[in-house]
Design a binder for this molecule. Structure first.
Ligand code: ARG
Length: 468
């Protein structure tokens, strides 16, 4: 047991208590951020003449050595330390002796862990954002290729009106674009540095908090030391944004599973992203899409967990907050993994465009347009609705699409129909006529694609800052 705080105690901590309390098994994940924060702290202490230049240089060299050795695998972070902060400090003292004992001057583990968590989540926000950008690029490429690939649009999972594959994909583009914007917002709001807040009430040392904030690429220091050590809003916001990403991925997965089914056959998932059955040789299962859909639960769980943990905590720091880490780490890793895999699956997905088109033709998706045709020829909409209802019934009996009927058959249902009805209810016309921005008409779609291309280009030249 290696603890930083033995002085006041006369008895050893019970081993079970020690294990229960320790966080090293999971907070070792942010060793890099812990060292980076310590380096900034030490530079500031020297600038303020709280440490000498020599002490600063010794400490910085020691910290760099620890970082290098951990990365090289020659220094292993073991469970004999209580947490990552103790591990780094103890190692530093081993390496450089007394100067190492000055590292923690004017700092508490409370502001230290608040800083580490912010640095870590900030970095992961940037990573997630980059992965989402890649997904958006794949979606946009499918959109560009399919502005005239007709398919049924659904409501209640019933065929409703004809759309295009580009239009359907475009809906997901907007969702993941909003997801990225949400992450950007969280980044901006969290980007204030808690270092220098001490345990809860600041410190008596003349720290320069602006300087450490600047060194660590924050927009400034946080403005209330109690809030600084007790705030996990950004974790809640992040888990909420991650939950929304999973919800979007899950809906998309669900559609791909349906489209990939034997009944639909709209798509075929690539062999590399499918799995077989141990007993049924004919099976090719969409396990990746199902797993993405399934993993949504654990990310939602993380959000519920942190909301519940935080709800009754009095100011300022309390140990409950140590519970923020494992679930956040797990949620971040889950989302990153899911976005990356989903992107690969989508990129290799084969679209059976003929089946989609056939489905739109056979599904009476042009029934609204047929009613509109009658309206345009003077029939009141309510009457037109009833006439087309009878027409659909007739088509079902004859097992034909509306545009497969003869003009005589159509006229038998309503004399208003003329030869031009075939043109009016063709899939092309139904889609092309929907030209307002946001609608599936190819002209409108091409404008949306142009706007979204611009968006991706702008994003490339303006990436979020990232921790080194
Ligand atoms: N492991 C702790 C956490 O994750 C670090 C802060 C400890 N502070 C304290 N006063 N015990 O929250």
């Amino acid at each position: 047991m290696a603890q930083l705080w033995g002085g006041r105690f006369t008895k050893e901590t019970d081993q079970l208590v020690y294990n229960f309390n320790a966080s090293i098994s999971f907070d070792k994940k942010f060793y890099r951020q812990d060292i980076e924060g310590s380096m900034a702290h030490v530079k500031m202490l020297a600038k303020q003449n709280i440490l000498t230049e020599d002490e600063k240089n010794q400490i910085l060299a020691g910290l760099e050595g620890i970082l290098k050795d951990v990365e090289a695998g020659t220094l292993v972070i073991t469970d004999e330390y209580e947490d990552i902060h103790s591990f780094v400090e103890a190692n530093l003292i081993d390496r450089i002796g007394d100067a190492g004992k000055k590292l923690h001057t004017g700092r508490s583990r409370n502001d230290q862990v608040a800083l580490d968590m912010k640095l870590y989540t900030r970095h992961e926000i940037t990573e997630t954002n980059t992965l989402l950008k890649r997904l958006l690029e794949v979606i946009l490429a499918i959109m560009e290729d399919n502005t005239e690939t007709y398919m049924p649009g659904f409501t209640h999972l019933q065929k409703a009106q004809p759309i295009t594959l580009a239009h359907h994909m475009g809906a997901y583009f907007e969702m993941f674009k909003r997801d990225r914007q949400r992450l950007d917002d969280i980044y901006k709001r969290l980007n204030y540095c808690p270092l220098g807040s001490g345990a809860l009430a600041g410190t008596t040392y003349p720290l320069d908090r602006d300087y450490t904030a600047q060194l660590l690429d924050f927009d400034g220091p946080t403005l209330n030391s109690m809030d600084s050590v007790a705030d996990r809003d950004y974790v809640i916001e992040l888990l909420s944004a991650l939950s929304t990403i999973m919800m979007h991925l899950s809906r998309f997965s669900e559609e791909i599973i349906i489209w990939n089914s034997n009944e639909y056959r709209f798509v075929e998932i690539d062999d590399a992203y499918s799995t077989g059955s141990s007993i049924m040789p004919q099976k090719k299962n969409p396990d990746i899409a199902e797993l993405v859909r399934g993993k949504t639960g654990r990310v939602y769980g993380a959000l519920m967990s942190i909301l519940t943990t935080m709800k009754g905590i009095p100011l300022a720091y309390n140990k409950d907050m140590q519970e923020d880490k494992e679930l956040t780490f797990d949620a971040i890793d889950t989302v990153k993994g899911c976005v990356a895999l989903f992107t690969g699956m989508l990129e290799t997905l084969k679209f059976h465009k003929d089946v989609m088109q056939e489905s739109a033709m056979k599904g009476f998706t042009n029934a609204t347009d047929a009613a509109d045709y009658l309206v345009n020829h003077g029939v009141p909409f309510r009457d037109a609705h009833a006439i087309i209802g009878r027409l659909v019934l007739y088509c079902i009996e004859q097992d034909k699409a509306i545009d497969e009927l003869s003009l005589d058959e159509l006229k038998a249902i309503s004399p208003v129909f003329e030869q031009d009805v075939f043109e009016a209810v063709s899939l092309e016309t139904c889609v092309n006529k929907r030209m307002t921005i946001g609608a599936p008409g190819p002209k409108a779609m091409r404008e949306v694609i142009r706007i979204n291309k611009e968006y991706l280009k702008k994003e490339a030249s303006n990436p979020l800052k990232t921790t080194k």
